[in-house]
Design a protein around this ligand. Structure first.
Ligand SMILES: [Zn+2]
Length: 285
């Protein structure tokens, strides 16, 4: 590696080749494509969000095989398998007015919400990065974060399969210039992301004698570091801590802080990570 490329790591990125919104070059068909693919991927995220925690928590206890495709998608109340037309994102929910066709049980609003949210995120990625491979990478980033945040909020789990995929795709994407973050910054971001939270967790444990930081949070911040780069780590942590603290205080005042005063930190890390990546927030700006 020529010496001249080293200062990358030492100097804050400044503009960092950040792509400006590409509105002028985007066609309606491209927006439609991203929106529809977002709906379909959102439907898949619903499967991940529902099934991954069950697969992790009860891998041995289940007698029947249970994975991402077995058993077929079914109503959680009456166990009736869903027909193909009931699997069409959003529309099937709207037509059935949010109820199961067989038993009439109310279907969680989560399903259409995740599908619409994914669709909106995908469209935003297209508007931000234009008709490029980078836009699809950003879509992957957004989808993985949405699934991780939701699973953590509901179950306090951050599945390794998702955080590891996020880390490796982030590093490889950086090496292939498919993310805006240069490789040296992505690598140091991943290492420092893990180390910072490890140190915070260690200090907290030594001081209070309690476990404060989940292992999943460390891995998630490492993965985020690979996407946003080392110079965005501190703003990311600051955003996540402040928003998490405000949320914790509000929940405490409302008397809704369950689980011995703990709440999931992953959603705040995920949201702040996406904000830093999408808006290009870093210490160089
Ligand atoms: Zn049913």
């Amino acid at each position: 590696m020529p010496l001249s490329s080293w200062p990358n790591l030492l100097m804050p990125p400044g503009a960092m080749g950040w792509v400006m919104p590409q509105l002028a070059h985007i066609t309606v068909m491209q927006v439609l494509l991203f929106a529809v693919v977002g709906l379909v991927i959102g439907s898949f995220l619903n499967v991940l969000i529902y099934r991954l925690p069950i697969m992790i928590l009860s891998s041995d206890a289940l007698t029947a095989p249970f994975n991402l495709h077995t058993p077929r998608s079914h109503c959680p109340t009456c166990q009736q398998a869903l027909q193909w037309h009931a699997l069409i994102p959003v529309f099937s929910y709207a037509i059935a007015k949010g109820r199961c066709r067989h038993c009439g049980a109310v279907i969680s609003w989560r399903y259409p919400f995740i599908e619409i949210a994914t669709s909106v995120l995908f469209t935003l990625c297209l508007l931000k990065f234009g008709w490029t491979a980078q836009a699809w990478m950003a879509c992957f980033f957004a989808a993985a974060l949405l699934a991780l945040a939701w699973i953590d909020a509901e179950t306090f789990l951050l599945p390794d399969v998702l955080t590891q995929a996020l880390l490796w795709v982030g590093l490889i994407g950086s090496a292939m210039s498919l993310t805006p973050t240069p490789l040296m910054q992505a690598l140091s971001g991943a290492v420092l992301g893990y180390s910072i939270l490890w140190a915070v967790g260690w200090a907290f444990q030594t001081w209070s004698g309690k476990d404060g930081m989940g292992q999943g949070d460390l891995k998630l911040l490492a993965a985020l570091g690979a996407w946003v780069g080392v110079w965005s780590l501190l703003p990311l942590l600051l955003l996540a801590s402040v928003s998490g603290l405000i949320f914790g205080l509000v929940q405490k005042m409302r008397g809704q802080l369950g689980h011995n005063g703990y709440f999931a930190f992953g959603p705040f890390l995920a949201l702040s990570g996406f904000a830093c990546f999408f808006l290009g927030i870093s210490m160089g700006v």
